[in-house]
Write a protein that binds this ligand. Sequence first.
Ligand SMILES: [Zn+2]
Length: 335
Amino acid sequence: MSIDDLIARLPKVELHCHLEGSVPAPTFIELAAGHGIELKTTDPEHVYDFFSFLEFLDLYYQVCDALATPADIERGVYDSLVHGKATGNLRYREMFFSPTNHSQVSYGQMVDAMVSGIKAAEADHGVSCRLIADINRRQSPQVAVQLVEAMIAHPSEYVIGLGIDDDEATGPPEMFVDAFTLAGRHGIRRTAHAGELGVAANVRTSLELLGCERIDHGYAMTRDPEVFAFARDSGVHFTGCWFVNNFHEGVFTEGVDPATTGLAQMIRAGLPVSLSTDDPTMIPTDLNAEYASVAATLGLDEAAVVGLARAAIDGSWADDSTKATLRAELDAAAR
Ligand SMILES: [Zn+2]
């Protein structure tokens, strides 16, 4: 069995994927048409084309606008999970969603719609999912606190965590201490996008001030030995996105060797790292491609590939019995 065959067979857990970045192109085009949203093209092969990070964000917010009603959101979640299963043998995902980017529905409506989509995908395709509500750090700290208050007022066993994403330079982690402290007091798990394009110190601040139990990305800390040592010694889990890191660090535009990127260094150093797609329908990647590219670039053997898949289970916030089931399924497929 080749490494690629093994990768395709492994049931995978993904801890870093955004609803709004994982809606299949045909679904996005159809939902956009229903709301009169003007797209650059209605060709599913090219509707998600972008040439800069700003263009990417413009498209991302168009997807948010297309996911306007509870029915849109339910369908978006369902199609996202089915796409993950089809392209990467996805078995379990902890998925980000950004409630404050969807102005036409309340937090409660959005969660209820997402849970309906998750239940249908699980029944039809055996792929399960839990949710992490993401703060948009370009919005105010008050909006972030209101989001956590909504989470507390509308509890759901499906919503297990709080995260924060978007531009680190605009919204450094220390601005959002109140929201994260409130979440922690109510038993909500915490993670943060940090050290993606922002400074390494954001990783440390997210751990120390926000009480984060995971870090999303984290690559910048490989350029700061002190932060790197602090994060390594903390044992915190990192959700790494290979394509995104390669994009940010100039692998495609400047010929940078992918074996030298931040994520490559983190994997080689043996940190607790899992692989995820981030925005798998907007960027040209999927879970199988993430694993295959990492394995080829770093020369990983079968045991190391299975180890990456196991790290995702270890780093997840699933309950113990779910984790035991996922581990048993992984071991069976790896045999
Ligand atoms: Zn992300």
